[in-house]
Design a protein around this ligand. Structure first.
Ligand code: PGA
Length: 256
């Protein structure tokens, strides 16, 4: 089953609107030329409109970094799936920074996944174990709980991308090894097969995320199990990000 390689840049809480526009202008034509990889940029909410304009006519897609699970109402400061569905195709949900800094529970993530799908957005669902869980040998337990709760009651035929992001590897410069990432991604497919079925488990794209750079991208995307990456810090550097997407296309689309 063909899983199209996927690279998303998560800009997190970086860039003003002007900087976001500058960043996109600097990378869009380079990204557009790279074929065979689905490319997504996830700027802060307030830059979605301007980035959307700049991406028009290109093959680069747009995503948001979070959303509320209600469609509208008295939730000061929140952004709803309906607002996003007008602007973009993807939304990152359950990122560990949301879970750890803002107390998002699996129950909330589950409601968000349902609301995103109901509004026509494709969730990029992040799961991953913390350092303590990893060191205590409880990574699989933590991840299976996240997968089962976050995807509970979801139609198996839904359009979802999953990102395995070990918390200890995010923004730390300490990436997982390709081998570690593959082992966990295989385990995620086992969880998906149990929750839904083997065909669905094999058809969903699963990314790795955490301290990916142009120097280590090959280690991940050369693994057939790993369908791409979710990039934080390196997605804010034009040459880095272009090199990451280029190497992915080379390795996935023209294997030697
Ligand atoms: P990083 O972040 O690439 O800066 O480690 C990855 C992520 O949080 O998605």
């Amino acid at each position: 089953m063909m899983r199209i390689p996927f690279i998303a840049g998560n800009w997190k809480m970086n860039t003003t609107v002007a900087k976001a526009a500058e960043l996109v202008r600097g990378m869009v034509s380079g990204l557009d030329k790279i074929e065979g990889v689905e490319k997504v940029l996830c700027p802060p909410f307030i830059s979605l409109t301007v980035v959307r304009e700049l991406l028009k006519g290109s093959s680069v897609k747009l995503g948001a970094q979070n959303m509320h699970f209600e469609l509208k109402g008295a939730y000061t400061g929140e952004i709803s799936p309906l607002m996003l569905a007008d602007l973009c195709e993807f939304v990152i949900l359950g990122h560990s920074e949301r879970r750890w800094y803002f107390g998002e529970t699996d129950e909330m993530v589950n409601k968000k996944v349902k609301a995103a799908l109901g509004s026509g957005l494709t969730p990029i669902l992040c799961v991953g174990e913390g350092l303590e869980e990893n060191e205590a040998g409880r990574a699989e337990e933590a991840i299976s709980k996240q997968i089962n709760c976050d995807l509970s009651g979801i139609d198996p035929s839904s359009n979802i991308v999953i990102a395995y992001e070990p918390v200890w590897a995010i923004g730390t410069g300490r990436a997982a090894s390709g081998k570690e990432a593959v082992a966990t991604i295989k385990f995620i497919r086992v969880c998906l097969a149990k929750l839904w079925n083997e065909d669905i488990a094999q058809s969903l794209r699963i990314l790795y995320g955490g301290s990916v750079t142009s120097s280590n991208i090959a280690e991940f995307v050369s693994q057939p199990e790993i369908d791409g990456t979710l990039i934080g810090g390196s997605s804010l550097k034009t040459e880095e990000f272009l090199s990451i997407v280029n190497q992915t296309a080379e390795i996935k689309c023209h294997p030697v």
